[in-house]
Design a protein around this ligand. Structure first.
Ligand code: ADP
Ligand code: GN1
Ligand code: MG
Length: 366
């Protein structure tokens, strides 16, 4: 029989040589995929302990290899720029055996990071200045990795932002109707089908050689960055599981999806879900200021598509998971994925309405 989470936490904790007695280890954060815990020592030092979701990330060895190599590379760049690598990038704490992760007796994989103290992790944009700083930090991350040899990284999740493939998986989920929910979401299904052609746009530009493959983060939500508590500068990009080859516009776009609005990702009241052109402009300015000269003209031109397609794709993924019976994203109630899908589709509609204005804004900062 599989052991309970508490037992697995205790087993995992025993794999590290802690600097002091572990006082507590409780669940932490609001991620949808991994299980995150905060381990607190008697002397107050904290660490992040995470169980990697091995249903999602089937090759934890390759994944941790990516993270160790990318953070080692970032560390050198941060030192060269006179920064503090203990705060400005993730630091993996090796197990007592010197490994980057611990494989437990249930088939789970655990890792430990040092805790970056005196930071805030925002679930929503609280003011435009924070959003600007997050844009600058994600743009800078893109730039820092511009010369990293992308082909040496493992593909943590195959075809992760291949929106055309996400569309195919959606159609398969509709056909299988595993949870018997398709009948209740005919409008949402029609919404996706009406945008089938859009799903191929970016992947076609990549295939045609018009867009370069870069090392990207691929999950650039606002809550995947730690901001300094005092200066409110974006200091450390976290959640590096999906760092792999990808498109710059998708990193930009996923941040817009999550942050250029005034609502929660699972807001039920759609009158509260509104795409903000003003926040869009704020992010665009910060991102291009930091990453601009590392991007080609065509990459910059396609940034609005990154925003629109990351939002559409995310909505499609939530809908697909709802149709499948909620196996991928962590949900708190049965309609959770559907609520998330609705916010994304509303934002897509808003972006379609504001499309010309988005292009003008991107041009202004290019
Ligand atoms: P998930 O993949 O589930 O989103 P994350 O790696 O983003 O998991 O971590 C979840 C949360 O834990 C983050 O949103 C952040 O609040 C916190 N966190 C993660 N790593 C650190 C760290 N090194 N220092 C401080 N807080 C962290
Ligand atoms: C997941 O793990 P987390 O919560 O940072 C997901 C992203 C989605 C996001 C939607 C590996 O991110 O792709 O955009 O939820 N991560 C993975 O909130 O699938
Ligand atoms: Mg996260």
């Amino acid at each position: 029989m599989l052991k309970k989470t508490e037992e697995m936490v205790a087993e995992a904790l025993a794999a590290w040589n802690w600097p002091d007695k572990v006082k507590s280890c409780e669940r932490y954060g609001e991620g949808h995929i991994n299980d995150t815990f905060c381990a607190v020592m008697e002397n107050g030092t904290r660490f992040i302990l995470q169980r990697i979701n091995t249903n999602t990330f089937t090759d934890p060895e390759g994944l941790m290899d990516n993270i160790c190599r990318v953070t080692a590379y970032l560390r050198k760049q941060i030192i060269a720029a006179g920064g503090n690598p203990e705060r400005e990038t993730m630091n993996v704490v090796p197990t007592t055996d010197g490994k980057s992760y611990y494989a437990d007796t249930n088939g789970g994989a655990w890792r430990v990071y040092t805790f970056v103290e005196d930071t805030v992790c925002l679930q929503r944009v609280e003011n435009p200045a924070d959003f600007y700083e997050s844009a600058y930090a994600f743009g800078n991350f893109q730039k820092q990795l511009a010369d990293y040899p992308a082909a040496t990284l493992h593909e943590a999740i195959a075809r992760f932002h291949d929106t055309a493939n996400r569309y195919q998986n959606f159609e398969k989920a509709v056909a299988a109707d595993a949870a018997g929910r398709a009948v209740g979401v005919t409008k949402e299904i029609a919404f996706v089908r009406a945008r089938k052609e859009d799903c191929s746009r970016m992947v076609n530009w990549l295939a045609e050689g018009k867009l370069p493959l870069r090392v990207t983060h691929n999950d650039t939500k606002l809550n995947n960055i730690l901001m300094d508590k005092t200066t409110r500068k974006g200091i450390c990009i976290i959640d590096l599981d999906t760092v792999m080859p990808g498109l710059a516009a998708n990193d930009y776009g996923d941040s817009i999806r999550f942050g250029a609005n005034d609502c929660k990702e699972d807001e039920k009241d759609l009158t509260k879900v509104n795409f903000s052109l003003s926040l869009f402009e704020t992010y665009t300015e910060g991102f291009l200021k930091a990453a601009g000269d590392a991007l080609t003209d065509f990459e910059k031109e396609t940034l609005p598509w990154g925003a629109r397609l990351m939002t559409l794709e995310c909505g499609i993924r939530f809908l697909t998971d709802y149709l499948d019976g909620d196996h991928y994203f962590r949900t708190a109630y049965p309609e959770h994925n559907l609520d998330r899908c609705h916010t994304q589709f509303k934002l897509v509609e808003d972006m379609e309405r504001d499309w010309d204005k988005m292009a003008v804004i991107v041009k202004k900062y290019s």
